[in-house]
Design a protein around this ligand. Structure first.
Ligand code: KG4
Ligand code: ZN
Length: 335
């Protein structure tokens, strides 16, 4: 069966055609660069861009998969979480297309999409495993008991990890989104500055939650107190502290839950220093580390189609009045 996936939860307009559960026939992602001028995603501009791009992006995805709408067996779209105006482009588009073709529609939780990106890159992957979604909007540690069956082990109490990279990148005068540029700058720096390790003291030592806003503020104060600080050293020291925080939580979680596999996804999973640090921990603690290629780490619609195909088989179609939701925990009833 061919499944069309549609993703418009933030600033990527994406469509993909999936064959069965794991064969990606096409995946088209149109990133909106207009937000770089504003130092962050502007919801109204994102919604307008999605409205402009949705038809050409879907057309391209169908053409690249060499299929016509009539060949589709199901249409899926992200319905939560995300920017409301952005969700309200892809979601009704997908419903209307499914309705006109008289085929099932499935609404998908974006976070579940990031978990399924691991399945697309590693079709042999089987639960149970630990999944870490590390992106600009989310920092979630999930125990995947089975496909579509999760427990949240921890999440961020304030900024997402990618958000912290973006905010520090801004302090360092790099563009938006600045995670990749910050990593580039950090390559020529040394971890010379000791920034505080978040949530490592007292009551928080055993928690699996994250916090990145204190780290970001520490960088802000450091730059304020040392206006001539070496920017590459600041970038390198911040990156080291953020990576250590992620690494520590992942190791704590695998040990505590006795899991043998760790998968990371989301834009921050593209960070090479993070991948290398986690690979060392995988050797040391004896778990398998699963990391998708870059195009599956960042937002895409193939992962949305992968969730939809699985959920259709397990739970049937979603109702056509399924609402868009700005927030929704993964695994919430009915979705
Ligand atoms: O998953 P994603 O494409 O979008 C969502 O937020 O859902 O993730 C984008 C985030 C941004 O915060 C970006 O700065 C960060 O991923 N990012 C990186 C790197 N590449 C992208 N952060 C650190 N190092 C990188 N190499
Ligand atoms: Zn995402």
């Amino acid at each position: 069966m061919l499944t069309l996936g549609i993703e418009t939860s933030c600033d990527e307009t994406a469509a993909a055609v999936l064959d069965g559960r794991t064969t990606v026939r096409s995946s088209v992602v149109s990133s909106q660069f207009i937000h770089a001028n504003y130092g962050g995603v502007v919801p109204e501009l994102a919604a307008r861009a999605h409205a402009r791009l949705i038809v050409p992006v879907v057309r391209n995805a169908l053409a690249a998969a060499a299929c016509r709408p009539a060949d589709l067996g199901c249409v899926c779209a992200t319905h939560a979480p995300g920017l409301m105006g952005a969700l309200l482009v892809g979601l009704p588009f997908a419903k209307a297309l499914a309705w006109s073709l008289e085929i099932p529609f499935v609404g998908v939780n974006h976070l579940e999409g990031h978990v399924f990106a691991l399945r697309l890159s590693h079709p042999d992957l089987e639960p149970p495993f630990l999944a870490a979604v590390l992106s600009g909007g989310h920092t979630e540690l999930l125990e995947v008991h089975d496909w579509c069956d999760y427990s949240e082990l921890g999440s961020t109490m304030d900024d997402a990890v990618g958000e912290a990279f973006d905010k520090v990148a801004k302090l360092l005068g790099l563009g938006y989104p600045g995670g990749a540029a910050l990593e580039e700058l950090a390559r020529s720096g040394r971890p010379a500055i000791r920034f505080p390790a978040p949530l490592q003291d007292g009551a928080h030592r055993d928690s699996l939650d994250f916090s990145f806003s204190g780290l970001k503020t520490a960088v802000l104060y450091h730059l304020h107190d040392h206006p001539n600080a070496n920017r590459a050293d600041v970038a390198c020291s911040f990156q080291d502290a953020a990576i250590e925080a992620v690494n520590r939580r992942l190791v704590q979680a695998v040990e505590r839950r006795r899991l043998g596999i760790v998968g990371i996804s989301g834009g921050v999973a593209a960070n090479d220093a993070l991948r290398r640090r986690l690979a060392r921990s995988a050797d040391e603690f004896g778990f398998r580390l699963v990391v998708p290629p870059l195009d599956l780490c960042t937002d895409n619609a193939a992962m949305i189609a992968a969730v939809g195909a699985e959920r259709l088989a397990r739970f049937g179609p979603s109702p056509l009045d399924l609402a868009a939701r700005a927030r929704l925990p993964i695994g919430a009833p009915g979705v």
